[in-house]
Design a protein around this ligand. Structure first.
Ligand code: AMP
Length: 215
Protein backbone atom coordinates (compact mmCIF):
# COMPACT_ATOMS: atom_id res chain seq x y z
CA UNK A 1 0.00 0.00 0.00
CA UNK A 2 1.36 3.41 -0.98
CA UNK A 3 1.50 6.19 1.58
CA UNK A 4 1.51 9.80 0.42
CA UNK A 5 1.80 12.86 2.63
CA UNK A 6 0.48 16.19 1.36
CA UNK A 7 2.34 19.08 2.96
CA UNK A 8 1.77 22.77 2.33
CA UNK A 9 0.04 25.95 3.52
CA UNK A 10 -3.69 26.69 3.41
CA UNK A 11 -4.99 27.17 -0.10
CA UNK A 12 -2.17 25.28 -1.79
CA UNK A 13 -4.61 22.75 -3.27
CA UNK A 14 -3.93 19.69 -1.11
CA UNK A 15 -7.61 18.94 -0.58
CA UNK A 16 -8.52 19.60 -4.22
CA UNK A 17 -5.85 17.21 -5.48
CA UNK A 18 -6.68 14.58 -2.86
CA UNK A 19 -10.30 14.63 -3.94
CA UNK A 20 -9.26 13.81 -7.54
CA UNK A 21 -6.71 11.20 -6.60
CA UNK A 22 -8.85 9.26 -4.22
CA UNK A 23 -11.24 8.39 -7.05
CA UNK A 24 -8.74 8.22 -9.89
CA UNK A 25 -6.30 5.97 -8.03
CA UNK A 26 -8.56 4.33 -5.44
CA UNK A 27 -6.77 5.93 -2.50
CA UNK A 28 -8.10 6.60 0.97
CA UNK A 29 -8.10 10.33 1.79
CA UNK A 30 -7.46 11.17 5.44
CA UNK A 31 -7.69 14.88 6.17
CA UNK A 32 -7.25 15.68 9.87
CA UNK A 33 -8.93 19.07 9.25
CA UNK A 34 -12.03 17.36 7.78
CA UNK A 35 -12.12 14.82 10.61
CA UNK A 36 -11.92 17.58 13.23
CA UNK A 37 -14.61 19.68 11.51
CA UNK A 38 -16.87 16.59 11.47
CA UNK A 39 -16.42 16.34 15.26
CA UNK A 40 -17.40 20.01 15.60
CA UNK A 41 -20.42 19.53 13.36
CA UNK A 42 -21.67 16.57 15.40
CA UNK A 43 -21.08 18.56 18.61
CA UNK A 44 -19.12 15.67 20.16
CA UNK A 45 -16.97 16.17 23.30
CA UNK A 46 -13.91 16.25 21.09
CA UNK A 47 -15.58 18.76 18.77
CA UNK A 48 -16.36 21.08 21.68
CA UNK A 49 -12.80 20.71 22.92
CA UNK A 50 -11.13 21.69 19.62
CA UNK A 51 -13.59 24.24 18.25
CA UNK A 52 -11.98 27.42 19.55
CA UNK A 53 -8.44 26.26 18.68
CA UNK A 54 -9.43 25.55 15.09
CA UNK A 55 -11.29 28.82 14.70
CA UNK A 56 -8.26 30.71 16.02
CA UNK A 57 -6.00 29.09 13.41
CA UNK A 58 -3.70 27.45 15.96
CA UNK A 59 -2.78 23.77 15.96
CA UNK A 60 -4.72 21.17 17.91
CA UNK A 61 -2.53 19.18 20.34
CA UNK A 62 -0.46 16.30 18.99
CA UNK A 63 -2.21 13.85 21.36
CA UNK A 64 -5.65 14.63 19.98
CA UNK A 65 -4.42 14.39 16.40
CA UNK A 66 -2.73 11.04 16.97
CA UNK A 67 -5.83 9.59 18.57
CA UNK A 68 -7.97 10.66 15.65
CA UNK A 69 -5.46 9.21 13.16
CA UNK A 70 -5.27 5.89 15.04
CA UNK A 71 -9.05 5.68 15.07
CA UNK A 72 -9.21 6.15 11.31
CA UNK A 73 -6.20 4.17 10.18
CA UNK A 74 -7.43 0.83 11.57
CA UNK A 75 -8.68 -1.42 8.85
CA UNK A 76 -6.75 0.43 6.16
CA UNK A 77 -4.46 -2.46 5.31
CA UNK A 78 -7.32 -4.91 4.95
CA UNK A 79 -9.33 -2.48 2.78
CA UNK A 80 -9.30 -2.64 -1.03
CA UNK A 81 -7.50 0.72 -1.28
CA UNK A 82 -4.24 1.02 -3.24
CA UNK A 83 -2.90 3.71 -0.98
CA UNK A 84 -3.59 6.46 1.49
CA UNK A 85 -3.15 10.22 1.36
CA UNK A 86 -2.48 12.01 4.61
CA UNK A 87 -3.68 15.55 3.98
CA UNK A 88 -2.68 18.12 6.61
CA UNK A 89 -0.96 15.48 8.76
CA UNK A 90 1.72 15.41 10.09
CA UNK A 91 2.07 19.09 10.93
CA UNK A 92 4.77 18.90 13.61
CA UNK A 93 8.00 16.92 14.04
CA UNK A 94 6.34 15.13 16.98
CA UNK A 95 3.46 14.01 14.75
CA UNK A 96 5.93 12.87 12.07
CA UNK A 97 7.82 10.73 14.61
CA UNK A 98 4.56 9.16 15.76
CA UNK A 99 3.44 8.51 12.20
CA UNK A 100 6.79 6.79 11.57
CA UNK A 101 6.19 4.42 14.52
CA UNK A 102 2.62 3.80 13.45
CA UNK A 103 3.72 2.90 9.91
CA UNK A 104 6.37 0.53 11.29
CA UNK A 105 3.74 -1.22 13.38
CA UNK A 106 1.48 -1.54 10.33
CA UNK A 107 4.36 -2.47 8.01
CA UNK A 108 3.69 0.52 5.74
CA UNK A 109 6.33 2.46 3.83
CA UNK A 110 6.25 6.14 3.00
CA UNK A 111 6.14 6.50 -0.80
CA UNK A 112 6.42 10.28 -1.24
CA UNK A 113 5.90 13.58 0.52
CA UNK A 114 4.35 16.12 -1.84
CA UNK A 115 5.25 19.66 -0.94
CA UNK A 116 2.63 22.11 -2.24
CA UNK A 117 4.68 25.29 -2.45
CA UNK A 118 2.70 28.57 -2.23
CA UNK A 119 3.43 32.15 -1.08
CA UNK A 120 1.48 33.90 1.70
CA UNK A 121 0.08 36.40 -0.81
CA UNK A 122 -1.29 33.65 -3.04
CA UNK A 123 -2.56 31.70 -0.02
CA UNK A 124 -4.70 34.68 1.06
CA UNK A 125 -5.83 35.22 -2.50
CA UNK A 126 -7.05 31.69 -2.92
CA UNK A 127 -8.61 31.22 0.49
CA UNK A 128 -10.70 34.33 0.12
CA UNK A 129 -12.58 32.65 -2.73
CA UNK A 130 -12.76 29.16 -1.23
CA UNK A 131 -16.08 27.35 -0.84
CA UNK A 132 -16.69 23.90 0.63
CA UNK A 133 -19.52 21.50 -0.20
CA UNK A 134 -20.87 20.70 3.28
CA UNK A 135 -22.10 17.27 2.13
CA UNK A 136 -18.74 15.77 1.15
CA UNK A 137 -16.04 18.41 1.90
CA UNK A 138 -15.26 18.90 -1.78
CA UNK A 139 -13.32 22.13 -2.23
CA UNK A 140 -14.11 24.80 -4.83
CA UNK A 141 -13.05 28.35 -5.67
CA UNK A 142 -15.47 31.08 -6.71
CA UNK A 143 -13.41 31.93 -9.81
CA UNK A 144 -10.76 29.32 -10.57
CA UNK A 145 -12.73 26.17 -9.74
CA UNK A 146 -16.49 26.89 -9.55
CA UNK A 147 -18.79 24.32 -7.94
CA UNK A 148 -21.43 22.54 -10.07
CA UNK A 149 -24.86 24.23 -9.92
CA UNK A 150 -26.46 21.34 -7.99
CA UNK A 151 -23.92 21.86 -5.16
CA UNK A 152 -24.65 25.57 -4.77
CA UNK A 153 -27.20 25.31 -1.90
CA UNK A 154 -24.68 23.32 0.15
CA UNK A 155 -21.65 25.60 -0.22
CA UNK A 156 -20.17 27.08 2.94
CA UNK A 157 -17.12 29.18 3.88
CA UNK A 158 -14.88 28.08 6.74
CA UNK A 159 -14.74 30.30 9.84
CA UNK A 160 -10.93 30.21 9.79
CA UNK A 161 -10.73 31.34 6.15
CA UNK A 162 -10.71 35.10 6.82
CA UNK A 163 -7.55 37.00 5.64
CA UNK A 164 -6.26 37.60 9.21
CA UNK A 165 -6.75 33.95 10.20
CA UNK A 166 -5.09 32.78 6.97
CA UNK A 167 -2.08 35.00 7.72
CA UNK A 168 -1.91 33.51 11.21
CA UNK A 169 -2.25 29.95 9.88
CA UNK A 170 0.53 30.66 7.36
CA UNK A 171 2.84 31.75 10.20
CA UNK A 172 1.92 28.66 12.22
CA UNK A 173 2.69 26.59 9.12
CA UNK A 174 6.12 28.29 8.70
CA UNK A 175 7.06 27.77 12.36
CA UNK A 176 5.61 24.33 13.10
CA UNK A 177 5.22 22.50 9.80
CA UNK A 178 7.89 23.83 7.41
CA UNK A 179 10.66 22.05 9.43
CA UNK A 180 9.17 18.82 8.04
CA UNK A 181 10.58 19.75 4.62
CA UNK A 182 14.04 18.92 5.99
CA UNK A 183 12.77 15.96 7.99
CA UNK A 184 11.40 14.37 4.81
CA UNK A 185 14.02 15.67 2.41
CA UNK A 186 14.79 12.26 0.87
CA UNK A 187 11.10 11.59 0.06
CA UNK A 188 10.22 15.16 -0.93
CA UNK A 189 8.67 16.12 -4.29
CA UNK A 190 7.98 19.83 -4.81
CA UNK A 191 4.82 20.95 -6.60
CA UNK A 192 4.64 24.42 -8.08
CA UNK A 193 1.11 25.44 -7.06
CA UNK A 194 0.88 28.20 -9.65
CA UNK A 195 0.24 25.56 -12.32
CA UNK A 196 -3.34 24.67 -13.25
CA UNK A 197 -5.31 22.10 -11.23
CA UNK A 198 -5.19 19.69 -14.19
CA UNK A 199 -1.44 20.11 -14.71
CA UNK A 200 -0.78 19.38 -11.03
CA UNK A 201 -3.13 16.40 -11.05
CA UNK A 202 -1.33 14.93 -14.09
CA UNK A 203 2.04 15.54 -12.47
CA UNK A 204 0.97 13.66 -9.35
CA UNK A 205 -0.59 10.81 -11.34
CA UNK A 206 2.66 10.38 -13.33
CA UNK A 207 4.62 10.35 -10.11
CA UNK A 208 2.37 7.73 -8.52
CA UNK A 209 2.52 5.61 -11.70
CA UNK A 210 6.30 5.76 -11.63
CA UNK A 211 6.64 4.42 -8.11
CA UNK A 212 3.83 1.91 -8.50
CA UNK A 213 5.62 0.51 -11.58
CA UNK A 214 8.93 0.33 -9.78
CA UNK A 215 7.47 -1.82 -6.95
P1 AMP B 1 -6.96 22.17 7.55
O1 AMP B 1 -8.32 21.77 7.12
O2 AMP B 1 -5.91 21.14 7.22
O3 AMP B 1 -6.59 23.55 7.08
O4 AMP B 1 -7.00 22.23 9.15
C1 AMP B 1 -7.84 23.14 9.83
C2 AMP B 1 -7.40 23.28 11.26
O5 AMP B 1 -7.52 22.02 11.94
C3 AMP B 1 -5.96 23.71 11.49
O6 AMP B 1 -5.77 25.11 11.39
C4 AMP B 1 -5.70 23.17 12.89
O7 AMP B 1 -6.32 23.98 13.87
C5 AMP B 1 -6.44 21.84 12.87
N1 AMP B 1 -5.58 20.75 12.37
C6 AMP B 1 -5.78 20.01 11.24
N2 AMP B 1 -4.82 19.08 11.11
C7 AMP B 1 -3.99 19.24 12.17
C8 AMP B 1 -2.79 18.60 12.59
N3 AMP B 1 -2.25 17.59 11.88
N4 AMP B 1 -2.20 19.03 13.73
C9 AMP B 1 -2.74 20.02 14.47
N5 AMP B 1 -3.86 20.69 14.13
C10 AMP B 1 -4.48 20.30 12.99
Amino acid sequence: MNVLIFLGPAGSGKGTQAQFLKDKLNYEHLSTGDLLRAEIKSNSDLGQQVQSVIHSGNLVSDDIILNIIKKNINGLKSSNKSGVIFDGFPRTIEQANSLGSLMNEMDLNLSKVLYFDLSLEESINRISGRLIDSRNNNVYHKISNPAPTEAEPYLISRKDDTPDKVTHRYNVYKNETAPLLDYYQSELFRIDCLQSIDAISNQITDLVDSFELSH
